[in-house]
Ligand binder design. Structure first.
Ligand code: NOJ
Length: 559
């Protein structure tokens, strides 16, 4: 890691925080969160240690997919605010050292978007080729649909012109035809617009569908989606040199590789590690670290500018689609046994705290591991206080309930009458009277302070984000012992116990000079000597975790 690289490649040791404007904080008291409200809470995020805020869609929408069905890519949903509010938010965030990235959702538009309304009028409408049409009935695609509860095909017959249009998601979200140069020009203009308003990049929605041409009828194969991804990356970084593209690519590792681009990483800068996330839950369910260890061993190494985004939870269903049927069932049995907790046969609509019955030891284990791995952590709002879901809210939205700020009415989210709230808060064990930011910020033993300390420690060791990982052999299958190493010689051992029994963990670091010690970064910098062979035995609590940085003789003291 070169010091001079760390500011350009800022995303390699950032702390991302995903928030939905609509459910974060209602500033004007109308029951819906707003951009002014988000601005009001920037200091909170700054205090937590967040360095990059990812805003879920806040654009004008047809309200059928929580904002992912957009009717104007350049606009701001008037319920949430104005462009003026947006610019102030970006400025305020920047003044607190927080960058803002926004969701980029141009795989599709809403069917209420003016382009689609025009396109469906006639076969020779000027916007017709903005979308993908088939004159013949396409073969069955029932097995490929993303939302099997509502769709049974990727194609919908449009009666007016008697042709089918492609929609990878809902039928009200027709796919854009990105092979069309006119659509590419629109994409550039949208990206360019938000960059000009100060954003530091984009979370790119649905990448494998956006940059793909599978199943497009009559495609002469001239258009290369990966080449086009490279063009988009070039365009974005020409406009703002250090802008980031963080892509949603839920594919096997081998298929993710090409979305990072060629050997120089000229595609997406970052991708979520869906495989690691799914195996983490399997390990947690089994009390066995081996699935997690296996996925870390398989995780492809990346070029210097690329990065993994590590996460415990995102805003969708907690997908377990890459596990085998039996493995998925194990996770369902452990963490979401009731049908109402599951979704699409592949995922859970719960957050971690309720899955583990509020067991903070397992919650801390999850985030300790996430922050200790090579990569950049991405939090979903409310994770820092251990918020759960509200299963009374339908489908994926169960985990998008309002942020719980206080124990007061509406959890301090809004002063509106309860019935006017955009979404209902949960009650019971995870309701705002028990789980809220205000109480936790006053209590240094709280989950919020645990998270703040974790973020602080991660930020103090930028090498973590830049490192590569190696798994240390362990006699106890409940224990994951990993070493992060960085080219400067910096190294850190992470120990995580997935088991309910405390244990002793043998750590063996080959090739360390005599007199080296391990310094416990999460426990008052306590020191542990390594023997002549680089070995030491350390204890680990039930569901315990430790971060131990190597200090060789002659290394600067860790301050
Ligand atoms: C992926 C997003 O994460 C999800 O929430 C959305 O429904 C689909 N893309 C369609 O935009």
């Amino acid at each position: 890691m070169k010091r001079s690289d760390t500011s350009d490649l800022w995303w390699k040791n950032a702390v991302f925080y995903c928030a939905d404007v609509e459910t974060f904080y209602d500033w004007n008291g109308d029951g819906t969160g707003d951009i002014r409200g988000m601005e009001e809470r920037i200091e909170y995020l700054c205090d937590l240690g967040v360095t990059c805020l990812w805003l879920m869609p806040f654009y004008p929408t047809a309200h059928k997919d929580d904002g992912y069905d957009i009717i104007d890519f350049f606009g701001v949903d008037p319920r949430l605010g104005t462009h003026g509010d947006f610019v102030e938010l970006v400025r305020t965030a920047r003044s607190c050292g927080i960058r803002v990235i926004v969701d980029f959702v141009m795989n599709h538009t809403s069917d209420a978007h003016p382009w689609f309304k025009s396109a469906r009028r006639s076969k020779d409408d000027p916007y017709r080729d903005y979308y993908v049409w088939s004159a013949k009935e396409p073969k069955s695609t029932a097995k490929d649909v993303v939302f099997p509860d509502e769709e049974d095909s990727l194609w919908e017959l449009d009666p007016r012109t008697n042709e089918w249009y492609l929609h990878h998601f809902y039928k009200h979200q027709p796919d854009l035809n990105i092979a069309n140069p006119k659509v590419q020009e629109e994409i550039s203009r949208v990206l360019g617009f938000w960059l000009e308003l100060g954003v530091s990049g984009f979370r790119v929605d649905a990448v494998p569908f956006l940059f793909a041409r599978d199943g497009v009828p009559g495609d002469p194969g001239v258009f290369d989606p990966f080449e086009y991804l490279g063009d988009v990356r070039n365009f974005v970084t020409r406009r703002v040199g250090d802008a980031v593209l963080l892509g949603e690519v839920n594919l096997a590792y081998k298929d993710q590789k090409s979305f990072f681009g060629g050997p120089d990483g000229d595609g997406l800068n970052m991708q979520f590690d869906f495989i690691g996330m799914q195996n983490f839950y399997l390990s947690l369910a089994r009390g066995d670290a081996r699935p997690m260890a296996k996925s870390l061993r398989q995780r492809p190494s990346l070029d210097i500018t690329s990065q993994w985004a590590n996460f415990v939870r995102n805003h969708d269903e907690l997908t377990l689609d890459k596990l085998s049927d039996d493995e998925r069932q194990e996770v369902f049995d452990a963490f979401g046994p009731e049908p109402g907790m599951q979704l699409y046969g592949r995922g859970l609509r719960r957050r971690l705290p309720s899955m583990v019955g509020g067991d903070e030891r397992r919650m801390r284990l999850a985030y300790s591991l996430t922050f200790s791995l090579p990569g950049t952590p991405v939090l979903f709002y409310g994770e820092e206080i251990g918020m759960a879901e509200n299963l009374d809210i339908p489908g994926r939205l169960a985990v998008r309930s309002p942020m719980q700020w206080t124990g007061g009415p509406n959890g301090g989210f809004s002063k509106a009458e309860k019935r006017r709230l955009t979404r209902a808060l949960p009650g019971g064990l995870f309701g705002p009277d028990r789980i809220n930011a205000a109480d936790q910020r006053h209590d240094h033993e709280s989950f919020w302070w645990f998270m703040r300390n974790l973020i602080y420690t991660y930020r103090q060791q930028p090498e973590i984000g830049w490192s590569t990982v190696e798994i240390l052999k362990q006699p106890n299958r409940a224990v994951l012992a990993h070493v992060c190493r960085e080219s400067s010689g910096w190294a850190m051992v992470g120990l995580h116990n997935f088991g309910a029994a405390s244990c002793l963990v043998p750590v063996q670091l080959p090739d360390v000079p005599r007199g080296s010690i391990l310094v416990d970064l999460l426990d008052g910098l306590s020191e542990h000597e390594l023997d002549a062979g680089g070995g030491v035995e350390l204890d680990l609590d039930a569901y315990g975790y430790r971060w131990l940085r190597l200090r060789r003789p002659g290394d600067e003291p860790i301050i």
